[in-house]
Design a protein around this ligand. Structure first.
Ligand SMILES: C[S@@+](CC[C@H](N)C(=O)[O-])C[C@H]1O[C@@H](n2cnc3c(N)ncnc32)[C@H](O)[C@@H]1O
Length: 202
């Protein structure tokens, strides 16, 4: 059984959603590495890494660690404790500390970069992609278009913050979830709170 990260690990994921990520990584990690887009302080990474460990693979944890739109100073999810000496949002140190304390460093490869910056240089056949990066429509579309189709048959695409009701949350993750379904590449397999999972068809 995985160990849930404690409350000291800042993040935006419930334990139920984390457990669903763990299960997905255990299953899809057997087919290839797990790519996480959007790690923040490592909460979701810790769940994914425990699944990757069970499947003898790794999590490629992609994040520029400068925060999304909603984390910037003056925005709703800004955390003044996560700011560097120059006043910029910086979650890298906190991320590294949390991954080390959780004992999963051997199963996490941090990639400190933006999705589009790394897309041309990262071409493995992925077992799983978890999309929880920028939540603007442009950012979510870029994540889907760059990595949404690089999953092997039988692999899993997971998307966080999918809210069919606009009153509950932003619509960008919901939009790419619908695009994934409409693409004919995936079938829906799971829904845990705002986390949706889809399986890549043969
Ligand atoms: C909602 S947070 C991720 C939360 C995390 N999965 C958790 O469990 O707590 C979104 C993260 O995406 C990152 N991000 C936003 N746009 C990005 C981009 N274009 N490329 C890489 N990372 C990005 C931000 O730096 C931020 O850490």
């Amino acid at each position: 059984m995985p160990t849930a990260p404690g409350p000291e690990v800042r993040g935006f994921l419930s334990d139920q959603e984390g457990m669903a990520l763990f299960d997905a990584a255990c299953q899809a990690g057997a087919l290839g590495p797990v790519l996480e887009i959007g790690s923040w302080c490592g909460r979701s990474t810790i769940w994914l890494a425990q699944g990757a460990r069970a499947a003898s693979t790794v999590v490629l944890a992609l994040d520029h660690h400068r925060g999304s739109e909603e984390h910037q100073p003056g925005e709703m999810f800004h955390d003044p404790e996560l700011v560097d000496a120059e006043g910029k949002v910086d979650t890298l140190q906190e991320f590294r500390r949390n991954i080390a304390r959780a004992g999963v460093e051997d199963h996490v490869i941090p990639i400190v970069a933006g999705t589009e910056q790394v897309a041309a240089f990262l071409k493995p056949d992925l077992g799983m992609v978890f999309i929880d990066g920028g939540h603007s429509l442009a950012a979510a579309l870029a994540d889907w278009r760059t990595f949404g189709t690089r999953i092997v048959p039988g692999g899993i695409l997971a998307i966080h913050d999918v809210f069919p009701d606009a009153g509950e949350g932003g619509q960008a993750p919901y939009t790419i979830w619908r695009l994934a379904l409409a693409s004919g590449l995936y079938e829906e397999t799971g829904c845990t709170e705002s986390l949706r999972t889809l399986k890549r068809l043969p």
